[in-house]
Design a protein around this ligand. Structure first.
Ligand SMILES: Nc1ncnc2c1ncn2[C@@H]1O[C@H](COP(=O)(O)OP(=O)(O)O)[C@@H](O)[C@H]1O
Ligand SMILES: [Mg+2]
Length: 242
């Protein structure tokens, strides 16, 4: 039996590395198609799906690098954020107008987070090289992913200063090339995500989903609520930076 090495940073499933490939709970046919599309385009910013193993788990290429799953302030350095925004832009541009976007603007990742990003550690700079964990991908607006990115990578919430967060959000919007109305909607979309995320966890827990019950036990809904209050109180101030 080849040895299985547990990969850290997952919120939900158990992901392991076996024989140089990642094995995890099966994803949806839609997500396989999205990853297949990126592979067809020879885009290196996402893992390749390699089918399933004897145990019915999905197999993916392992992207070597650093996944800063415990958070590393370097992910919020402007140079790292702008590279990340360009990576997300590339994913979006590859899916804009494609049937996988199903009439929406693009295919969104919907779970952009430092836990789902592989970086190359260049010392002062963490350079993002790939986005992983596409389980929640689906048709959406460009601003959806940009807002989720800002929330997660900047850890918008109690303790953050508006003067620190605002210019970084602007740098992300600029590097992505976020257009007029999307820019105006950016902070409102962060609030929308915070609401959706908290409600999703609470509903999942009420339905008995063990992963969501676990998140509730760890107080995640309260953390998200505090982040949402923080964002709501600063909506105008943050928008002024954009
Ligand atoms: N293709 C990959 N290349 C490198 N690391 C990976 C890959 N897939 C997963 N990982 C590692 O495993 C962790 C959990 O995998 P992930 O797909 O994010 O599962 P979960 O749905 O539980 O969040 C990630 O945070 C990352 O550290
Ligand atoms: Mg993950």
């Amino acid at each position: 039996m080849p040895q299985e090495q547990e990969l850290r940073g997952g919120f939900v499933g158990t992901t392991v590395l076996v024989d140089g490939t990642v094995r995890r709970t099966p994803t949806s046919p839609y997500v396989r198609q999205v990853l297949g599309h990126f592979a067809d385009q020879e885009w290196p910013g996402a893992p390749r799906c390699l089918g399933s193993d004897a145990q019915g788990r999905d197999m993916f290429t392992f992207v070597p690098g650093l996944v800063p799953w415990e958070y590393d302030e370097r992910v919020a350095a402007v140079g790292s954020l702008t590279e990340l925004a360009r990576l997300v832009r590339a994913a979006h541009d590859l899916t804009a107008g494609h049937r996988l976007a199903a009439g929406a603007e693009v295919v969104c990742h919907n779970d952009l987070s430092y836990r789902n990003t592989v970086y190359r550690d260049e010392g002062r700079l963490l350079r993002p090289v790939a986005l992983i964990d596409w389980d929640l991908a689906g048709p959406g607006r460009r601003v959806h992913d940009v807002a989720h990115l800002c929330w997660q990578f900047l850890r918008l919430g109690p303790g953050r200063e508006t003067d620190w967060a605002g210019p970084r959000m602007r740098a992300v919007a600029d590097a992505y090339g976020l257009a007029g109305t999307d820019r105006a909607d950016l902070v409102a979309t962060v609030l929308w995500w915070q609401d959706r995320c908290r409600q999703g966890i609470e509903q999942g827990a009420a339905d008995g989903d063990p992963a969501m019950v676990g998140l509730c036990r760890r107080g995640v809904p309260q953390e998200v609520r505090a982040a949402q209050s923080w964002t709501a109180a600063r909506q105008q101030e943050l928008t002024a930076f954009l």
